[in-house]
Ligand binder design. Structure first.
Ligand code: PGA
Length: 251
């Protein structure tokens, strides 16, 4: 069994103004024990804050990433951000294919895959998100849907060093509902098996995060499940206390 370094990542979504730098400073100040336990910490702020927060976090235990990137390095794409721009701003990683982007912007698996390839060319770690809707789970299709998303969204050239998967059931995001431990175990085992079919032993080095209503009071249960290598945290990552309490499940 390959030892995978736990990753607790905070997705700030469309939240945060310049004053949020103070929250990151609180996180940096309190991250010591979690970092000493070997946990990797990342915050994914809105694009407007990446430069500022990356400068603040330089040399600290917290890495900074982007929430999306375009598949092309430059060009006539008003409002979009290239992977190279994220790197230039100080990002080390990028979230791709979050369900809110798949829903709000109609992103397809093929688009997510193209973005993931672009992110890799720019030198970013890719955090590729997958997850079924409630209707899909109730129809017994959760594993099949996630398998299709993994197959379509993850590029062929991927290693444990440059690819992270986040399993985020759409119905668990921001709702306070979480799957049972058995359902998380089943999905993460299925994802590991699919990645092994495609990437062989390298799949053992790929980290599989769970995301969707992770809070300090359920982190201990979720983060200790087999094949759960960390969490992608939304709402609870906006406060240093909650975010570090979640990561504290590893101490
Ligand atoms: P949540 O969001 O923790 O607020 O449910 C998770 C996510 O969407 O990454």
């Amino acid at each position: 069994m390959t030892a995978r370094r736990p990753l607790v990542a905070g997705n700030w979504k469309m939240n945060g103004l310049s004053g949020s730098a103070a929250e990151l400073e609180r996180m940096i100040a309190a991250a010591g024990p979690v970092a000493a336990a070997g946990v990797e910490l990342m915050i994914f702020p809105p694009a407007t804050l990446i430069s500022r927060l990356a400068a603040l976090a330089a040399g600290s235990a917290i890495g900074i990433g982007g929430q999306d990137c375009h598949a092309r390095p430059s060009g006539a794409h008003t409002g979009d951000i290239a992977a190279e721009m994220l790197v230039d701003a100080g990002a080390k990683a990028v979230i791709l294919g979050h369900s809110e982007r798949r829903t709000d912007h109609g992103e397809t698996d093929a688009e997510v895959r193209a973005k993931a390839e672009a992110a890799h060319r720019a030198g970013l770690v890719r955090v590729v998100c997958v997850g079924e809707t409630l209707a899909e789970r109730e129809a017994g299709r959760a594993v099949a849907v996630v398998a299709r998303q993994l197959e379509g969204s993850v590029p062929d050239a991927a290693t444990g060093a440059d690819l992270v998967i986040a399993y985020e059931p759409v119905w668990a995001i921001g709702t306070g509902h979480v799957p049972t431990a058995a359902d998380i175990l089943e999905m993460h085992a299925a994802m590991r098996a699919l990645l092994r079919q495609r990437f062989g032993a390298e799949a053992n080095a790929m980290r599989l995060l769970y995301g969707g209503s992770v809070k300090p009071d359920n982190a201990g249960t979720i983060l200790t499940l087999t094949d759960v290598d960390g969490a992608l945290v939304g709402g609870a990552s906006l406060k240093a206390h909650d975010f570090l309490a979640i990561a504290g499940a590893y101490i």
